[in-house]
Every structure is written in structure tokens, then in C-alpha cells.
Design a protein around this ligand. Structure first.
Ligand SMILES: CC(C)(COP(=O)(O)OP(=O)(O)OC[C@H]1O[C@@H](n2cnc3c(N)ncnc32)[C@H](O)[C@@H]1OP(=O)(O)O)[C@@H](O)C(=O)NCCC(=O)NCCS
Length: 179
């Protein structure tokens, strides 16, 4: 792959069902993210497309390559909260602010008009994820809090680390994310 292709512009857009197979592979290429069934990825690319984002690079033939994705949704009965489930950035696109850009873009979506909080869960050992969300919160001057949410023995039958819920917000107005 040439440097020219690697540095071509990355476009952010809503995902469609046609992104699901590439998303499945991207997640597999981004440990420590949990792989999901392809069917689950299809649901995120369709039912939750209004609150999820795909980042793609185009080659000279106009073919897209998925280099980033955020799966997120507004939980039932929590209309002021965007729950971010997975953030994945392909190695070739890391360190360029793509995760931050994708998060910002979600907050400009019509579906997020009432959102004042961003929630996510993070395992204690995922330093990249803690650093990324803390940096994003700092960037927007938003407070953060965290506490154990899903527990290794109680909820994961010992097969997965604790997941800590990190809450970011409240944001003053979603409009602050407008570009
Ligand atoms: C974590 C991940 C999404 C970051 O993507 P990215 O596009 O490289 O992140 P950004 O460039 O937008 O960086 C945003 C901030 O996070 C910090 N950050 C990103 N990766 C980091 C890492 N590995 N270690 C420490 N800090 C990191 C950056 O320094 C930046 O903060 P700063 O501007 O204050 O310096 C990407 O490395 C990834 O997909 N990792 C594997 C999957 C994963 O762990 N996902 C997160 C869990 S949901």
C-alpha cells in the first residue's frame, strides 16, 4: 500500500448493511475488542446507523476501505445519553485524531439532539481506551466519572474482565460539536 493511499482523506458517514462484513473484520483486527457475530454487526449498521459512524478511505477507483467505526446507540429510557459500545480504528489510521473526530461527528447527528451524556464501558487494562475517552472529555471541558458496571464473576461467569462504566458530561449543548 502506498503512502499516497494511506494519507488520502477519510470520509465519515452513516453505516449501511454493506459495511457489516468489513466491520466484522475491523473488529477482529482491533484487539482487545470483543468480536461479535456478523449478524450483530449487521444490526449496528442498520438499526443503529443513525447513532453509529463509519470512517472510510477511497482509492483512486472510488472503492472504499473501512478504517474506523463507532457502534453506539441511545439506550431505551435514557434519551439524554449516547452509549458508545465499540470504537475501532485500523492501525494504519491511528494517532491522527480519527477516534475523536468520529465521536464528535456522532454528537452532531439529529438522533443525538437531546444527548447530554456519553457513556461507555472500559476494562481496567485498556489504557488506550481510558486515555482516548479522558482526552476527548478534557477537550470538551466535560466532567467524567467511572464505576464498576459489569463484574467479572457476577456477570461474565469469570470469562471476561470487569467493565467500568465511564460517564462523560453533562455537555452544555450538543451544538458545541457542530463543525
Ligand atoms: C483506542 C483507539 C480507538 C484510538 O484511536 P485513534 O484514532 O488512534 O485515537 P485519536 O488519535 O483520536 O486519539 C485521541 C486521544 O487518545 C489518545 N490515545 C489514543 N490511543 C492511545 C494509546 N494507545 N495509548 C494512550 N493514549 C492513546 C491520544 O493520545 C489522544 O489524546 P491527546 O490528543 O490528548 O494526545 C485505537 O487505538 C483502537 O482502535 N484500538 C483498539 C481497539 C480499542 O481498544 N478501542 C477502544 C475501546 S472501545
Amino acid at each position: 500500500m502506498t503512502k499516497g493511499i494511506q494519507t488520502s482523506a477519510i470520509v465519515l458517514r452513516q453505516p449501511t448493511a454493506d459495511d457489516a462484513a468489513a466491520l466484522h473484520q475491523l473488529i477482529a483486527d482491533c484487539p482487545p475488542l470483543d468480536p461479535n457475530s456478523l449478524y450483530c454487526n449487521l444490526l449496528h449498521c442498520t438499526h443503529f446507523s443513525g447513532t453509529s459512524v463509519a470512517a472510510v478511505r477511497c482509492d483512486t477507483q472510488g472503492r472504499e476501505r473501512l478504517v474506523g467505526f463507532i457502534s453506539a446507540y441511545i439506550p431505551p429510557r435514557q434519551s439524554d445519553t449516547l452509549f458508545v459500545w465499540q470504537v475501532a480504528v485500523a492501525e494504519e489510521a491511528r494517532g491522527e485524531g480519527l477516534a475523536r473526530r468520529m465521536l464528535d461527528s456522532l454528537l452532531t447527528r439529529p438522533a443525538c439532539g437531546n444527548v447530554r451524556y456519553v457513556d461507555t464501558t472500559i476494562t481496567p487494562g485498556n489504557q488506550a481506551s481510558w486515555a482516548m475517552f479522558e482526552s476527548w472529555a478534557r477537550h470538551h471541558g466535560a466532567p467524567t466519572s467511572s464505576q464498576v458496571h459489569f463484574e467479572r464473576e457476577r456477570h461474565f461467569a469469570g470469562r471476561h474482565d470487569d467493565e467500568h462504566l465511564m460517564r462523560i458530561g453533562p455537555f452544555e449543548i450538543a451544538a458545541e460539536f457542530a463543525t
